[in-house]
Design a protein around this ligand. Structure first.
Ligand code: NAD
Length: 490
């Protein structure tokens, strides 16, 4: 822990002087208004840095820079774009330790998970780098009188708005395909966790990305974020965040007919049937809600467990939950660190009383440790029913709600009885049951006998209030590109 804290201080020192600046057209700049906001560590409220508090004028400058840089970036040969994106991946790998330490300090996420996040970010760049040369490829669809040709062209400058839960990895996940497609970008990172977005952008420019291709504008959602969604030069908004913010963005972008891509909230069920491998199901259920502080869109926050095994399963679960190690995020032994912010801490802990009022049992946790920092104890609610607030609302913390079911039909009904539809997890050794349930569950992504394992060529996204659109593979290009048809008379 001490070694990690010493390295962290070395990395952060420069921000203490300069603050976290915007980057517009290749130049580090403060907000035009001269305003700042502050970012603090959730570990103990230590001041990390002041951050440029941008408004419409800064967004306008960034959008113009992205528009000016677009033709050259669009027309650059795909293999040249591929080379630059691989160089960005190399830069991420070279600075992986710095990224991980800063991310943990800024967000409260535990190092044991974040040490891999930077490398996953590098993989995102490599995956889309390799696809850049073929991004424009279309089809020949000849008819008796026409040689029909389709191609794809990049949309233009796009806005990317990201949340605070795993900010580095998510930024790479949205930005890499946009650049590979030939779009230029304006990135507005979350105000609670701005540090690693700045590092990422610096890596990109060091890797040879031309000025103006990637612009970074810090600020609050209702100020800088709103202005970005309303700017006429910005052709589309790729957004990751809460469902209610998604609907605001859709309204804000209506006048300029913005194309939108939304990765939103979830209340994802993990369904455990009595014929499942219960030890593996237990491990996976724990991993999917108590890793990343439960601040994870794909977390399995609703356990649906079959009556016949429920008591035993919940008992084992509660014992494991009580043993999860809560601690300093830079301590390699820590499994759950502090929640991002006081506001979020208040939200998560408010569900402890709500659970009691709802009539659920608090089988583990339900408290916050004494002392500084936004720590909560990993929590398990049992004897819940699906109509309870704790079963319906996205808590976004290390809090699991367990609900019992009788049979397959009831499991499916409960799984779908939610406004969300991001992921689901099904545990059964009966293949026909797995096929029936996965066909009936309303979710964008379902894993059978597995936790969430990302494979970049597969589609990622949700249904219902969990999102619009898909990322991954060529699906990302469907969003960042237009399909163009030309018919040549023969
Ligand atoms: P949030 O919606 O509060 O904020 C996300 C971003 O939107 C921030 O950068 C914020 O500044 C900006 N924003 C806020 N209001 C805005 C407005 N009016 N116009 C434009 N931008 C605005 O979300 P959060 O609390 O940062 O993140 C947590 C949420 O993100 C959870 O609901 C979680 O499930 C979701 N999430 C989803 C995925 C996914 O892939 N589906 C991944 C990670 C997180």
């Amino acid at each position: 822990l001490d070694t990690n804290l010493a390295s962290l201080r070395g990395h952060l020192i420069r921000f203490a002087d300069t603050g976290i600046l915007n980057q517009i057209n290749g130049r580090p700049v403060p907000a035009q208004s001269g305003d700042w906001f502050d970012t603090h560590s959730p570990v103990d409220e230590t001041h990390i840095a002041r951050v440029a508090r941008s408004g419409p004028a800064d967004i306008d400058a960034a959008a113009r820079a992205a528009a000016d840089a677009f033709p050259a970036w669009r027309d650059m040969d795909g293999t040249a774009r591929k080379k630059i994106l691989h160089a960005i991946a190399d830069g991420i790998v070279a600075r992986a330790e710095e990224i991980a330490l800063c991310e943990c300090w800024d967000t409260g996420q535990a190092l044991r998970f974040m040490s891999k996040a930077a490398l996953r970010g590098a993989e995102n760049f490599r995956f889309f780098a390799d696809r850049a040369p073929a991004a424009r490829d279309g089809q020949m669809l000849p008819s008796p009188t026409l040689m029909n040709v389709t191609t794809r062209t990049p949309l233009g400058p796009v806005g990317i708005i990201t949340p605070w839960n795993t900010p580095f990895m998510l930024s790479t996940w949205k930005i890499a395909p946009a650049l590979a497609a030939g779009c230029t970008i304006v990135h507005k990172p979350a105000e609670f966790s701005p540090v690693t977005a700045r590092i990422l952008m610096e890596i990109a420019e060091d890797a040879g990305l031309p000025p103006g291709v990637w612009n970074l504008v810090n600020g609050l959602g209702e100020e800088a974020g709103k202005a970005l969604t309303e700017h006429p030069a910005i052709k589309a908004i790729a957004f990751v965040g809460e469902s209610k913010t998604g609907s605001m963005i859709m309204k804000q972008g209506a006048d300029t007919l913005k194309r939108v891509h939304f990765e939103l909230g979830g209340k994802n069920p993990v369904i455990v049937f009595d014929d499942a491998d219960l030890d593996r199901a237990l491990d996976a259920a724990i991993f999917m809600i108590y890793s990343l502080n439960g601040e994870r869109c794909t977390s399995s926050s609703r356990l649906l467990v079959q009556d016949s095994i429920a008591a035993q399963f919940e008992e084992k679960l509660a014992a494991r939950v009580r043993n999860i190690k809560v601690g300093h995020p830079l301590d390699p032994r820590t499994e759950v660190g502090p929640l991002i912010h006081k506001v979020h801490f208040d939200k998560v802990t408010s569900y402890f009383d709500i659970a009691r009022q709802n009539g659920a049992t608090i089988a583990a946790g339900g408290t916050a440790p004494e002392g500084a920092g936004h720590y909560v104890n990993p929590t398990l609610f049992t004897h819940a029913t699906n109509d309870m607030t704790v079963a319906q609302e996205e808590i976004f913390g290390p809090v699991l709600t367990s609900i019992r079911f009788k049979d397959e039909a009831e499991a499916i009904k409960l799984a779908n009885d939610t406004q969300y539809g991001l992921t689901a997890y099904v545990w059964t050794n009966d293949i026909t049951r797995a096929m029936r349930t996965t066909a009936a569950i309303e979710a964008g992504m379902i894993w059978v006998n597995s936790e969430n394992v990302r494979h970049l060529p597969t589609p990622f996204g949700g249904v219902k209030a969990s999102g619009i659109g898909r990322d991954g593979g060529d699906w990302s290009f469907d969003f960042y590109m237009e399909t163009k048809h030309v018919g040549f008379a023969t």
